[in-house]
Design a protein around this ligand. Structure first.
Ligand code: OXD
Ligand code: MN
Length: 590
């Protein structure tokens, strides 16, 4: 059944074993061709799995609804299955592979009967780049196939790149019965294997994304001396043509896509500043021969949060979704068979079909689109995609930025004193939870480097890996922390965000060039208010000073809280982080 496409016995064995277990009626290999994609769209529309949208207004765009109980990543059912529990660490759920494999086999046995199993050969990264890795995902979902064809580089050239003997990441996905009680997203980093059952939601089933490019890749990166991070990558072009690149880690649904596609304020544009997007979610980072850190985006599309995306917040993302895009769990406007979500327009349409398929009017009192509804858009659609997007070597990083959603305490921006302090700053990130994962929204939790849900091994070892990487880079990027989400007494946001974040990026890049002084504070270097450009903005220096203020009392409490958080890492917590915590505490007492 599986002959003819590859001579790689490991691929054939994996496909055969998957088929033996799940017993599909048919196996179809995905070559990623337009003809095959069109036929699959057709089939999905004929069964109701997808809906064809208005092809004049939204050419090549389709719509999909997940099951009501299956709308986000499920962290409590996401496991790292390494042999020794200690290697998964305290921030991951763990299951012994000896228990996990048989349990999963039982769940998946015969579950593709009457269905087709699709075999997707895909590359994370440009095929043939030394950064890139090949994966094979088998799945019984056309929705998954079509999403993977947008989000990754799918095709038989991936099989060619593997050759007769190449290794790859094995991904098995079966929808089964979408039973939340038997939903498991399982990672076997020691076996390069991912198994996902009983879900159809993107983050759980597009196995190239979170499962491979973050959880498995972070494990590989530690073993092989590189890094897989939950980071966007953007390039800033200066009026004189100079380019600088920044990678930035924010927790899910905290504005990575918006920052990656930022349009600078008018006076920056008039001067000739430009921002271009290399990636919006994941960065694979290596030490270059020049002693700098180089980053690629291993993905090929954007799996972005739809609500809140509009002409003001992110015109580039919106433009990217106007063709060849799959929309999931947004609302449909039946008047013209297009899509709508909260925040797309100020005035909602009079009548919609909501994400559950029900009639909806503005008086319904519920959201028309699910808060974690998504668009899957090809990266090439993005008007500001960087010319370096397909670069095999990636882009050199001038700055790394960490950022969370914090109503108080964390200033608009600050700079770490050195690499190790920067690692400390990343490790103490906390942020309010969002709808990207199931569970309560708005709860403050620690999310080191925005990797809490995505680190494929012990977080203490992950911190140590960051420290080690710092030793290998002669010219490390400078490390910063930002917080766009400071609130006033009445819960109002104190910083305009979106395109105006350029003003903060500008300060950051000036600091990278040592072009500007900063105030030394208890937590690191903070801008003088006069150095944040607020030209053209109706904004007071007093407010700016307020959100740049470092409140030592609050930070002293924060330090105590970090000490509590750190306890779980025990002996694995690097001394460098302990030292930085002691310095923070001492600085706050001064
Ligand atoms: C995502 C997430 O989908 O972080 O990128 O949940
Ligand atoms: Mn993400």
């Amino acid at each position: 059944m599986t002959q003819g496409y590859t001579e790689n016995q490991k691929v054939l064995d994996f496909v055969n074993a998957s088929a033996e277990l799940a017993q599909p009626d048919k196996i179809v290999w995905i070559d990623g061709s337009d003809a095959q994609i069109d036929a699959l769209r057709e089939e999905a529309c004929s069964t109701g799995e997808m809906i064809r949208l208005n092809q004049e207004k939204l050419p090549g765009c389709y719509y999909h609804r997940t099951a009501e109980n299956d709308v986000a990543r499920v962290e409590a059912r996401t496991f790292i299955c390494c042999r020794d529990e200690k290697d998964a660490g305290p921030t991951n759920y763990w299951m012994d592979p000896k228990e996990a494999y048989p349990m999963l086999r039982e769940i998946a046995r015969g579950k593709m009967k009457g269905r087709t199993m699709y075999v997707i050969p895909y590359s994370m990264g440009v095929v043939g780049s030394p950064f890139s890795r090949i994966g094979i995902e088998v799945t019984d979902s056309i929705y998954v196939v079509l999403n993977m064809c947008i989000m990754t580089r799918v095709g038989f050239n991936c099989l060619e790149a593997l050759g007769k003997d190449g290794d790859f990441v094995k991904g098995f996905h079966a929808k089964c019965d979408i039973d939340p009680e038997k939903r498991y997203i399982m990672h076997f980093p020691e076996d390069d294997t991912i198994i996902s059952v009983n879900s159809g939601y993107g983050g759980n089933v597009l196995l190239g994304k979170k499962c491979f490019a973050l959880r498995i890749a972070s494990y590989l990166g530690r073993k092989e001396g590189w890094m897989a991070e939950h980071m966007l990558i953007l390039g800033v072009t200066y009026p004189d043509g100079t380019k600088k690149y920044v990678a930035a880690a924010f927790p899910s649904a905290c504005g990575k896509t918006n920052l990656a596609m930022l349009i600078p304020p008018k006076h920056y544009r008039d001067l000739g500043y430009k921002v271009e997007t290399v990636g919006d979610d994941i960065a694979w980072i290596r030490v270059g021969e020049d002693g700098r850190l180089w980053a690629v985006n291993p993905e090929n599309g954007f799996f972005g949060v739809a609500p809140g995306t509009n002409d003001h917040s992110n015109p580039n993302a919106l433009a990217a979704t106007r063709k060849g895009t799959i929309f999931t769990n947004v609302a449909i406007d039946p008047s013209d068979n297009t899509v709508w979500w909260e925040g797309l327009t100020k005035q909602p349409p009079e009548h919609l079909i909501d994400w559950l398929g029900h009639d909806w009017t503005p008086a319904s009192g519920v959201k028309a689109a699910h808060p974690n509804s998504r668009f899957t858009a090809p990266a090439v659609n993005c008007p500001c995609i960087s010319p370096e997007f397909n670069s095999k070597t990636g882009v050199p990083l001038d700055a790394i930025i960490f950022g969370g959603r914090r109503a108080t305490t964390t200033p608009l921006v600050y700079q770490s004193r050195d690499w190790n302090h920067g690692v400390f700053v990343g490790s103490i990130m906390s942020s309010e939870t969002t709808a990207a994962a199931t569970g309560a929204v708005g709860v403050l939790r620690h999310d080191p480097m925005a990797m809490k849900p995505f680190c494929g091994y012990h977080m203490g070892d992950y911190f140590a890996h960051w420290i080690e990487m710092g030793k290998k880079v002669k010219n490390p990027p400078k490390i910063f922390n930002v917080n766009w989400f400071r609130q006033g007494e009445n819960g109002e946001f104190l910083w305009p965000g979106f395109g105006d974040n350029m003003r903060v990026l500008d300060w950051i890049l000036k600091r990278c060039d040592d072009k500007i002084e900063a105030q030394e504070t208890a937590i690191g270097y903070v801008p003088y208010a006069k150095d944040i450009d607020i030209e053209g903005l109706d904004y007071s220096v007093e407010t700016l000073e307020k959100i740049l203020y470092v409140d030592k009392e609050r930070w002293s409490k924060e330090a105590d809280e970090i000490a509590e958080f750190y306890k779980q890492f025990g002996d694995k917590l690097p001394q460098e982080l302990k030292d930085n915590l002691a310095t923070l505490k001492a600085n706050c007492e001064k």
